[in-house]
Design a protein around this ligand. Structure first.
Ligand code: CUA
Length: 332
């Protein structure tokens, strides 16, 4: 039975040993000072105990050296811990450039995960070994928390705002995913698995059954929701091709960097940041799209290269020809 119980999680990402380094250093500092202080209390209590009722202790003069001695070394130790912690923290919140991206929607009580290239998953995430993975997360309802203890990563998932989390897995296998923020009745069942695969296998897995990719779903929404009526080549509204991760000018003279947050804001609140050279005529889609649909639209928009905007009038499938019983000559 005890073999099932793990005292400490696996170290399965590049971040894990670094976080553990700080954790164990703090533990060692604390342990050292607990032993030192408790030991000195006991030693002094015995060594300087009152030996008779008449005994009066000698006057103690203050000593600058002693005062500096107990002020400066702890200050230096705290500074070391501060800079060390800050360095790991900054690395933990800044994803590198060459990441595999995944979009995550949390809702009571499950995780929806979408790879822009194709696959969609629930409560399970496949990732390549030794490649950095970046998650963009949002919640459909309450605050959740995406936590992978073996990777030492953890991020609040908040309604109405995208947050990010990144990691580089360093071990193959399956690792537990938890929701680490109490989110209602079935919070304890909001769990899943991270499956770390060999990169070549991962590439194959990614393209299997990818016809219902989020970008394809987003394209459907783009047509269904009539986005195409204005966002087209004729230009009543900005063309959305090749805008991803670019700076674009706004009507008020500012510029905006096109990312998930900007696109989401513009869909829900088009008045917020109007693109230079256009009138604001777009209705708000607030309350009409789920977070998953919003992400699919965003994934579609970020995928748009030159000439990729769908035709305004889509070629519809011709109605299926019904076999005509009367026209015998039509069949061989
Ligand atoms: Cu979601 Cu707890």
């Amino acid at each position: 039975m005890w073999s099932q119980i793990q005292l400490f999680p696996d170290q399965a990402s590049t971040m894990a040993p670094r976080v553990d380094g700080i954790y164990f250093a703090l533990l060692a500092f604390s342990g050292f000072f607990i032993v030192l202080i408790a030991g000195l209390i006991i030693f002094f209590a015995i060594r300087y105990r009152r030996r008779s009722d008449e005994e009066v202790p000698p006057e103690v003069k203050e000593s600058t050296m002693v005062e500096l001695g107990w002020a400066i070394p702890p200050f230096l130790i705290v500074l070391v811990v501060y800079f060390w912690g800050a360095q790991v923290f900054f690395d933990a919140i800044q994803p590198p450039n060459n990441t595999h991206e995944v979009y995550v929607v949390a809702k009571q009580w499950m995780w929806h995960l979408q790879h822009p290239e194709g696959q969609r998953e629930i409560n399970e995430l496949h990732v390549p070994l030794n490649k950095p993975v970046k998650l963009t997360l949002i919640s459909q309802d309450v605050i959740h928390n995406f936590s992978i203890p073996d990777f030492r990563v953890k991020q609040d998932v908040i309604p109405g705002r995208y947050t990010t989390l990144w990691f580089t897995p360093t071990k193959k296998g399956r690792f537990r995913l938890f929701c680490a923020e109490y989110c209602g009745t079935n919070h304890s069942q909001m769990v899943g698995w991270i499956e770390v695969m060999e990169p070549s296998r991962f590439e194959t897995w990614l393209t299997e059954d990818a016809d219902s990719s989020p970008a394809t779903q987003g394209r459907k929404l783009f047509l269904q929701q009539q986005c195409i009526t204005c966002h087209n080549r004729e230009g009543n509204a900005p063309l959305l091709e090749e805008i991803w991760h670019k700076k674009i000018p706004l009507r008020n003279g500012n510029t905006v960097y096109v990312d998930e947050a900007y696109l989401r804001e513009s869909i829900l609140n088009p008045d917020a940041k109007v693109v230079a050279g256009f009138d604001q005529e777009m209705p708000s889609y607030d309350g009409q799209l789920s977070e998953t649909e919003l992400m699919q639209l965003i994934i579609f928009i970020r995928s748009l290269g030159p000439g990729d905007t769908p035709q305004r009038v889509e070629q519809t499938e011709p109605p299926a020809v019904l076999p005509d019983e009367n026209k015998k000559d039509a069949s061989p």
